[in-house]
Design a protein around this ligand. Sequence first.
Ligand code: FES
Length: 278
Amino acid sequence: MNKTRAIALAFTLSALSSLSLAVVYVKGGEAQLEGALLGVALGGVSVGLILWAKRLMPHGPDTQARAVTPPQAAERPEAAEAFEEGAGRIGRRRFLGRMLAVAIGAFGVAAVVPIRSLGGRPDGLLSHTSWRRGSRAVTDDGNPVLAADLPVNTVLTVYPEGAPGSADSQTLLIRLPAGDYHPLPGRADWAPGDIVGFSKVCTHAGCPVGLYRADSQELYCPCHQSIFEVLEACRPSAGPATRPLPQLPLAVDADGYVIAQGDFPEPIGPGFWTREHK
Ligand code: FES
């Protein structure tokens, strides 16, 4: 087979495989087929480049002695032939260059599809939960929580309305005995009727903090025994956790239901362990 044709064929095969790979991926994917197409796509470009380098690139020193005197008439046909051959070589290089660009471009198209399917950067996802200003607190079966119904010194796990069961939004509601709670500066209106809300996601390794000891008003994490002091804005007093559980600013709406004033003011859980606590 003609050398140029063989190289062009390798690049074409690579381009077709890349496009097929994109189609297979968009249609739901099939791991083995995707692997085979990826292999052909990369292999085609590699084979084409190797053939190009081996068969068409000049090898060895490319020097030629030149006569100092003007060429004789007898040498002109030879010179014209050499010139035409050079022009042909340039045209062939352009053609193969375009074919290579097509193969690489097609591979780029195929790569965009899986890269896009990875989704957005996780930063935003890790910084926010489903709590919004005015979100009603609901139990895991979707029932809103009336502030007046919350017994003193018990803990209730709640979620924002519309996202019951959401792992990152799960929040512990506790109504503290009247007068026990002394809010941190700037949080005076976060605990209507002495009801406080803290993220249930442990700041050590993300386990759900579920045990509440009413006599000492402490929350326990069952995984590595971190203890959080509820009356001190859930400061960790024992165990490996180093950050307090983030507090959810609460309010009570006109119908008496517990609502959020907004999202947690800081990321929940352990994802930001290198971050300074505000
Ligand atoms: S996950 Fe809570 S103490 Fe380790």
